[in-house]
Structures are given as structure tokens and as C-alpha cells.
Design a protein around this ligand. Structure first.
Ligand code: IPM
Ligand code: MG
Length: 358
């Protein structure tokens, strides 16, 4: 069996949280071979492209990718292909990782960390299903050009019906194991791509008579998410709306540092290849200080175990260990309130490792 996991720490807090997650992964599954490679600014700073060929070939031969984060402010002015984020574009595009799954759960004990009232988020459990290889991120043309002496920038939001069908099916299947409600989010009052989105999701819903499908416009959805988040079960949406709404959903849990994700495509050699990453960015302001919250990265490793390695037991052990550590008061700086003591990334990870072996 292929036991290689590509570990791509990347930039900012990526290395700190990804190595924490790799430690937890190795503790649960010593049989895995975690191999690190450069990505993003970490590669660019060595004169390599954002996704160097060696990194790509490691990914090719791996069962899954454990990813940190990419992006640093000093690259902001460069064209896309020379920016760290381009690595993520290539990985998503070339491995066709079209289904981005972002579960949003509030750990018991962390309700006070949320900016919403406790009763609104206590027990919150929803999942964002974000289309990841289409829409405005990838549509062509995508360029800045000069027209009659004026700079013009264009991005193209394009969806083909089969792209909507396959992501809709993922959402409906997921809903079957949950509360059987899919909320599809679009902007059909103004966007043609959203009109197609609504038509296709409605058509696919007919194959799932046991699931309720609701539609919301994205502006309204953004509001409902902070008004009554527990009314959601599965959120199904296109690439950019999913990017925005998943950050909003993440902060409901107290910190964006809590939210894991899985990016999945078609199965490969009978296994579900995937890329697993925290949804938060590289947070350069706190990078290198050893204070970043590794929860999202550790929970991403749990998703890797469950989905790519079919190891439900390993995944639950990791999730339970995080829950136990948090319930016992372990908190990184982003999660403390009212004078609670905060732990470093490493100290928090130790508490998770202790809970694992306990
Ligand atoms: C995410 C991130 C990425 C995205 C960036 C880093 C390109 O924000 O995964 O949510 O926009 O998809
Ligand atoms: Mg994002």
C-alpha cells in the first residue's frame, strides 16, 4: 500500500501548524511516511517556481497532501504565476480537486470565544461544500490589459452544467449522512452563472427526494449565517462565494484557526486522493512566533485519515484528542478570553498528543 503523505508547509504560520499536524498524524499512524517539500513563497525565495517540479512529483506519488498555507505580502504586486498562491491554483486545477469540504463545528468549551452569543452557536455543526476548480478563479479571459490607453482588468465567472452537477451530488450525498438539508447559495438575481447554478442544482435535487433543497442569494446568506447559523446543515456554493462564506462561518467557531478542509477529486487507484489544509491563510503577522493555533491543521490531518486512508478510527482518535485537550482548558492565544492562560503551538500540540496516548 502507498504510505507516502506529501507535507507541504508553505509560508507564514504554515510550517508551524503543519509540522504540529504531521506529529499528530505520525503518532496515530507510525506506518505513514511524511515527506516534506517546498511550496509557495518558501519555493520562490529559493529561486524556484511556486510549485517546483520535485514537489509536484512527490504529490504524484503520494496518497494525499497535507498542506499548510501560501502567500506573503511582499509578493502581492506580482502577476499570479509568480505569486505563492499560484501553487494552490495548480494543485487544485491539475489534480481536479473540485470538491472543497469545510466542516464548521464549535468545540464545547469554546462557545465564549465566538463573537456571537453562546446560544446561537452552541452545538453548531454545518458543512460548506465549495466548488473549487471553476467560476471566477479559473475562467478565461483573466488578465489586465490596456485598451485605448486605459488599464482594464477582467476576470470571468463561468460554469458548465457538469461542473455544477458533480459538486451538487457531493452536497446531496453528504446531507444524507446529516440533517438532510442542502442550502444552495447563488446570486441568480444578477449573474447568468448563478441562474444556471440554480437550475442545475434543482434538477439534481430531484434525484434525492429525501433531501430538502433551499436556495439563498449570497448577500442574504451572509446575513443568515450570523443571524441563525444553526439553521444551516450543508451549504452548497460556487468557488468565490464559498471562499468568502467559509471565512465567515469559521469565525463563528471562535477563530479561523479552527477550521480544517479537504479538497477532493475523483478516486485514484481505488483511493481518494486529496489535499488537506486549514482554511485560514498564512497569517504573516504572527508567523514564526510559535503562537499559531494548530487545530485546523490537526483536524485536516484527521480528515486525511478518514477520507484518503479510509481510517475512521484514526480520524476519530485525533478529533477526540483535540476535543479533550480543549475541554481541559488548552487554548492558543486566538482562543483565550477573560484572562485565561494561552499555550504556544507546541505546548498545545503536546496536550493533544497526551490526550491521544491517554
Ligand atoms: C482558501 C484561500 C485561497 C482561496 C487563497 C490562498 C488562494 O483563501 O483556500 O480559502 O481563495 O481559495
Ligand atoms: Mg479563503
Amino acid at each position: 500500500m502507498n504510505n507516502t503523505v506529501a507535507v507541504l508547509p508553505g509560508d507564514g504560520i504554515g510550517p508551524e501548524v503543519t509540522r504540529a499536524a504531521a506529529r499528530v498524524l505520525s503518532a496515530v499512524r507510525p506506518d505513514l511516511e511524511c515527506v516534506e517539500a517546498l511550496v509557495g513563497a518558501a519555493a520562490l525565495s529559493k529561486g524556484l517556481p511556486p510549485l517546483p517540479p520535485e514537489t509536484r512529483s512527490l504529490c504524484d506519488r503520494s496518497v494525499a497532501i497535507l498542506f499548510g498555507s501560501v502567500g506573503l505580502p511582499q509578493y502581492d504586486g506580482r502577476p499570479l504565476k509568480e505569486r505563492p498562491e499560484y501553487a494552490l491554483f495548480l494543485l487544485r486545477r491539475d489534480y481536479e480537486l473540485y470538491a472543497n469540504i469545510r466542516p464548521v463545528r464549535v468545540f464545547s468549551g469554546l462557545e465564549q470565544a465566538s463573537s456571537l452569543r453562546k446560544e446561537l452557536i452552541e452545538g453548531l455543526d454545518l458543512v460548506v461544500v465549495r466548488e473549487l476548480t471553476g467560476g471566477i478563479y479559473f475562467g478565461k479571459p483573466k488578465e489586465i490589459r490596456v485598451e485605448e490607453g486605459v488599464e482594464v482588468a477582467v476576470d470571468t465567472m463561468v460554469y458548465r452544467a457538469p461542473e455544477i452537477e458533480r459538486i451538487a451530488r457531493i452536497a446531496f450525498e453528504l446531507a444524507r449522512g446529516r440533517r438532510r438539508l442542502v442550502t444552495s447559495i447563488d446570486k441568480q438575481n444578477i449573474l447568468e452563472s448563478s441562474r444556471l447554478w440554480r437550475r442545475v442544482t434543482t434538477r439534481i435535487a430531484a434525484e434525492y427526494p429525501d433531501i430538502r433543497l433551499e436556495h439563498l442569494l449570497v448577500d442574504n446568506a451572509a446575513m443568515q449565517l450570523v443571524r441563525e447559523p444553526k439553521a444551516f446543515d450543508v451549504i452548497l456554493t460556487e468557488n468565490m462565494f464559498g471562499d468568502i462564506l467559509s471565512d465567515e462561518a469559521a469565525i463563528l467557531t471562535g477563530s479561523i484557526g479552527n477550521l480544517p478542509s479537504a479538497s477532493l477529486g475523483a478516486a485514484r487507484d481505488g483511493r481518494q486522493f486529496g489535499l488537506y489544509e486549514p482554511i485560514s491563510g498564512s497569517a504573516p503577522d504572527i508567523a514564526g512566533k510559535g503562537v499559531a493555533n494548530p487545530v485546523a491543521a490537526i483536524l485536516s490531518a484527521a480528515m486525511l485519515l478518514r477520507i484518503s486512508l479510509d481510517d475512521e478510527m484514526g480520524a476519530s482518535r485525533v478529533e477526540d484528542a483535540v476535543g479533550t485537550a480543549i475541554a481541559a482548558g488548552a487554548r492558543t492565544a486566538d482562543l483565550v478570553h477573560d484572562g485565561e492562560r494561552s499555550l504556544s503551538t507546541d505546548a498545545f500540540t503536546e496536550r493533544v498528543l497526551q490526550a491521544l496516548s491517554g
